[in-house]
Design a binder for this molecule. Structure first.
Ligand code: GLP
Length: 262
């Protein structure tokens, strides 16, 4: 796990965007896993800027969103469909038919979940999955006690998540469709973004705590290629800060591209 702490979130967002852009330049047909929420917005803004000002071409990429609320239509202001279109998809040249978002309004959820998994497989798997983390330590909407082997399915939201998301999204549904932890772990590279003191506890549990379904982000410890991008506040509770700093210094020497350095 490569843990990179930046003083400011803006710097970290640029790193995240550079890591994504580097992948797209190396592999034009790459498959990107997208997350909604506040954490990746700065990275999306930077990718949009690169697209507009530096000609970053996203026309061949395919995207899969992590999750979606159940029971509200796509065009609803609170849907993740609307969020990701407003914050990213509408502002770059990803082909609409290549942008996949779980369908929270389907009449047949079993089938929709299986089809989503199948679509990911048929696209060749996810090259890079962007992740945020919830206060409960969730990734996607995999609330505590989600199976570490779970696949795309319906998930009942926890009280903490409902409370947190209400602050941003207003009155939100209490059930969601989400990629499972097993689905997420199959992506070739995972990039977790967390900013602000409200995330500090979930971050330390995910990175330095025991592997447990009570903190679904701790499953990242089982993946061989994880980049965690934090600001100082989100990193505040980590015990091995000095070690992570030394790893970053050495990575900058030998493999700067992994740090989102140009
Ligand atoms: C939501 C989403 C997650 C997201 C998390 C953090 O519950 N289901 O995918 O990562 O909240 O959101 P934010 O980045 O806004 O803090």
């Amino acid at each position: 796990m490569l843990i990179v702490v930046d003083e400011r979130q803006e710097r970290s967002s640029v790193r995240a965007a550079n890591i994504v852009a580097d992948l797209i330049k190396r592999k034009r047909k790459s498959v990107l896993g997208l997350a909604t929420g506040k954490s990746p917005v700065g990275a999306y803004d930077e990718l949009i800027r690169m697209h507009r000002e530096e000609g970053l071409d996203l026309s061949e990429i395919t995207t899969f969103n992590l999750d979606e609320y159940v029971g509200i239509p796509r065009e609803h202001l609170q849907s993740f469909y609307t969020q990701i279109h407003t914050n990213f998809l509408n502002q770059v040249n990803i082909k609409p038919e290549n942008a996949h978002i779980p369908d929270g309004t389907t009449a047949d959820f079993e089938r929709a979940c299986d089809d989503y998994e199948k679509a990911i497989r048929e696209a060749g798997g996810i090259d890079l999955q962007i992740l945020g983390i919830g206060r409960t330590g969730h990734i996607g909407f995999n609330e505590p006690t989600s199976s570490l082997a779970s696949r795309t399915r319906l998930k009942t939201l926890s009280d903490e998540t409902i409370e947190d998301n209400k602050k941003v999204d207003g009155d939100i549904p209490t059930v969601a469709i989400t990629m499972g932890i097993g689905t997420i772990l199959e992506a070739k590279h995972l990039m977790l973004l967390a900013y602000g003191s409200a995330k500090a506890e979930a971050v330390v549990k995910a990175i330095e705590g025991p592997l447990t379904s009570s903190v679904s982000a701790s499953a990242l410890q089982m993946h061989r290629n994880v980049t965690v991008l934090l600001d100082e506040e989100a990193a505040a509770n980590l015990s091995h800060r000095d070690y992570y700093r030394r790893v970053v210094e050495q990575t900058a020497k030998y493999s700067p591209v992994r740090l989102g350095l140009k």
